[in-house]
Ligand binder design. Structure first.
Ligand code: ZN
Length: 453
């Protein structure tokens, strides 16, 4: 048993407790006690690890494309659109092989750990060799990502992505051939192999993804959905990221992407709609009625000029929201989640759409539920022991070190630089702002240089 004494901790009832003792055994929380006497009867050998600042139950990065990290700083200062950015992204995608991808993803995931993320949802479609031929091991790229996450110390939900078309009625072209399996049945056969390989692992979930209604023909969507539903595993899908996607879907199918997914059996309690930026009221009702969650990616959406998602309407309708860093224009859990609220403020000229506890729940419990690990994201008996300590005395957060203000100080003032300690499933990954792999900046520099066109 390891005992942690948290100066402050954000607890499941929504309040912040002071002097909270959290005891951990075999990667699980076995006791939570609060108050001045909480530390008087610790178990085990009686040693206590002190965590200063506010301790959170680990953030979930629900939507990641690890290789996009290589684009940071190379496209963001330029003109263009989502579509011109995508061309640059494809140039990086063309460079990677399993060894290079493992190196790049390991460094990207280590950056996430330093930012307070304890799990990542990797939306993985870079499957095959550049000409579209499978590697000898058809899941070599997926396994490279899983190995990368293990080395960086994060849990991974590998959302193996079905990607069959270059657009409505369009063949895969150029580097897109790396993404395709031909049809959904062959996608499922490949992913089944990966699923069985990792079925016994506690730190890996193999889930499914439909890239988008652009990239998976309507007749193939039910095949992917059925594979995921039969295994009770997460299903993620990019939805309505762009108004042009809605228009093309309407032209082809006479309905919105959300309606098409609903009709195809792809929505439900294990489904996460990613982006969900351009929704109408009927879409929101369909997501709510089906129990679908939504993952917003506001730092990517603002970088690409995609728009502001209707988080307040989703929450109002009862749709759980979560966040992801997607293109990794920024990897910062607090920046990501406050951007949900601050984007709405700019759009509506009003403050206070989503309370601090709603934002922290999006970052933690809701996110881990999207990733198929609903036993994470709460500092509660029986949950996974993910603990993230955030400094309340830094130049950014100073002034917020009291019970009333600590949560808001972190959500609206902290950055990734304020994360001091990260524990994942009871394992220490970050100590005093240092990742166990060492100099993550150097790891990123090396990996990005190697992956650059
Ligand atoms: Zn994405």
């Amino acid at each position: 048993v390891t005992s942690y004494r948290c100066e402050f901790a954000w607890l499941p009832d929504g309040g912040v407790g002071r002097d909270v003792i959290i005891e951990v055994e075999d990667g699980r929380i076995v006791e939570v006690r609060t108050g001045p006497d909480a530390g008087s009867a610790v178990r085990g050998n009686g040693e206590v690890e002190h965590l200063r600042g506010l301790v959170l139950p680990g953030a979930a990065n629900v939507h990641s494309h690890a290789f996009h990290r290589a684009l940071r700083g190379r496209t963001h200062g330029r003109l263009g659109t989502f579509w011109s950015w995508r061309e640059r992204m494809y140039e990086v995608a063309a460079q990677l092989d399993p060894a290079g991808y493992r190196t790049l993803a390991r460094a990207s995931y280590a950056e996430m750990a330093l930012a307070g993320f304890t799990a990542v949802g990797e939306f993985h479609y870079l499957h095959h060799q550049p000409d579209g031929t499978p590697y000898v091991d058809r899941n070599a790229m997926g396994d490279a990502l899983i190995e990368a996450a293990r080395q960086a110390g994060l849990r991974i939900t590998l959302l193996d992505t079905c990607y069959l078309a270059g657009g409505f009625g369009a063949e895969l072209d150029g580097v897109q051939r790396r993404f395709g399996d031909g049809d959904a049945a062959r996608w499922a056969a490949r992913v089944e192999d990966l699923y069985r390989r990792h079925a016994a692992a506690d730190d890996v979930v193999i889930g499914a993804a439909i890239h988008s209604v652009r990239a998976v023909p309507a007749a193939e969507i039910p095949v992917v959905a059925a594979w995921a539903h039969a295994r009770g595993t997460p299903l993620h899908v990019h939805v309505s990221e762009q108004p042009s996607e809605n228009a093309a879907c309407s032209d082809t199918h006479g309905c919105s992407p959300t309606a098409l997914l609903m009709r195809s059996g792809a929505l439900g309690a294990r489904t996460t709609a990613v982006h969900a930026t351009h929704l109408d009221d009927r879409d929101i009702r369909a997501l709510a009625a089906s129990g679908t969650r939504v993952c917003l990616c506001p730092t990517t959406e603002r970088d690409l000029g995609d728009g502001v998602g209707p988080a307040h309407h989703l929450v109002g309708a009862g749709v759980p929201i979560a966040v992801g860093t997607d293109s990794h224009a920024i990897v910062d859990a607090f920046e990501e989640v406050r951007a949900v609220e601050l984007g709405l403020r700019l759009e509506t000229w009003e403050r206070g759409h989503l309370p601090v506890d709603t934002l922290l729940t999006a970052l933690t419990a809701n996110g881990h539920a999207c990733l198929g690990t609903p036993d994470a994201g709460r500092l509660e008996l029986g949950c996974r022991a993910d603990l993230v300590a955030v400094d309340l005395l830094s130049v950014r957060t100073a002034g917020g070190s009291n019970v009333e203000d600590a949560a808001a100080a972190v959500v609206f003032g902290a950055t990734a630089a304020d994360v001091t300690d990260v524990i994942v499933d009871g394992h220490r990954i970050v100590r005093d702002r240092a990742h166990r792999l060492g100099d993550v900046g150097a790891l990123l520099t090396h990996a990005i240089t190697a992956a650059s066109p």
